[in-house]
Design a protein around this ligand. Structure first.
Ligand SMILES: Nc1ncnc2c1ncn2[C@@H]1O[C@H](COP(=O)(O)OP(=O)(O)OP(=O)(O)O)[C@@H](O)[C@H]1O
Length: 281
């Protein structure tokens, strides 16, 4: 869906992106993770055709995004807040987008519970509601790919969960996501792939399972027979329904499997720790 090869961006003489290479697989929810100033926004602007790269290759759905309005037919962008004149009313904004993409937005407005808010001005919306309006405006074009730059940065925890709920729902309908964030805790639950960036360099790119793979560490397991699992393992404790055990994930899961115990969910070290490990922080 997205391919970047040796992508660089230099501002003046300052290199901000240093030979970035990564992929966003079709059908994935890829988290783009790095601290402030790492280069996430710069990368996202290049990928969505808003900024010209200095060198390297970028393809989005097989197209070079620079100077290519065709990518906006199938790619939608979501920012932290709506970049649009704030005195405009929700209904004017969404109907205008609908006219551009020749689609009636009324079903989406209803589906996303925006009907009672249509007469509000964008400036009057709570951040959660504003983000829902942005999502609907993105969905009007029926995108195959949604690129989001820190979409939850302004949201309270409840609105963040709602946002990722919608992401999960759209993903099941086939939309691919590339989402930048430095708030990792909720991203971890929803993403399938991850690209770590630090100081303009990609430090890791792969599946979430690869990113969280640790040789030995603390593992949390949800199994169908926790009592027997503890007996089989000969170590570990039960914590809020999960078995917490220190060990090698592969060995632990294989051992339980040999004894016919079904592992329902595995949780390992957090994305935060993985990012630090890959970035040598
Ligand atoms: N127009 C510009 N001119 C010069 N330097 C810039 C420009 N835009 C961004 N930078 C610099 O490039 C670096 C990367 O910025 P970028 O906004 O891409 O990072 P980021 O990972 O998105 O961080 P944040 O979460 O803070 O936005 C920063 O050091 C920033 O100061």
């Amino acid at each position: 869906m997205i391919l970047a090869e040796n992508l660089t961006k230099v501002y003046g003489k300052r290199p901000v992106l240093d030979s970035l290479s990564f992929r966003v697989e079709k059908g994935s929810i890829t988290g783009f993770i790095g601290p402030n100033g790492a280069g996430k926004t710069t990368t996202i602007k290049i990928v969505t055709g808003l900024l010209k790269r200095t060198s390297g290759k970028v393809e989005v759905m097989g197209m070079d995004p620079w100077n290519n309005p065709r990518i906006y037919e199938k790619v939608a962008i979501i920012f932290t807040s709506i970049y649009h004149p704030q005195e405009v009313k929700v209904k004017e904004y969404l109907h205008d987008v609908g006219r551009v993409y020749e689609r009636d937005p009324r079903d989406l407005i209803e589906e996303f519970g925006l009907t009672p808010h249509l007469d509000k001005r964008l400036s009057q919306l709570s951040s959660g509601l504003a983000q829902r309006v942005q999502l609907v405006s993105a969905l009007i074009r029926d995108p195959d790919l949604i690129v989001a730059d820190e979409p939850t940065a302004n949201l309270d925890p409840k609105a963040r969960l709602e946002f990722y709920d919608v992401v999960g729902r759209l993903h099941r309908k086939g939309v691919t996501f590339f989402i930048s964030s430095h708030i990792l805790s909720e991203l971890e639950k929803v993403i399938t792939h991850v690209v770590f960036i630090n100081r303009g360099r990609v430090t890791f790119s792969g599946t979430i399972n690869q990113a969280l793979k640790v040789e030995e560490g603390e593992i949390y397991l949800l199994v169908d027979d926790p009592e027997r699992a503890l007996q089989v393992l000969g170590k570990g404790v039960l914590e809020g329904g999960y078995i917490k055990v220190f060990g090698n994930l592969r060995e632990v899961v294989d051992l339980l499997d040999e004894h016919g115990i079904n592992v329902i969910t595995v949780r390992r070290s957090s994305l935060d720790e993985a990012f630090k490990r890959f970035s040598n922080i």
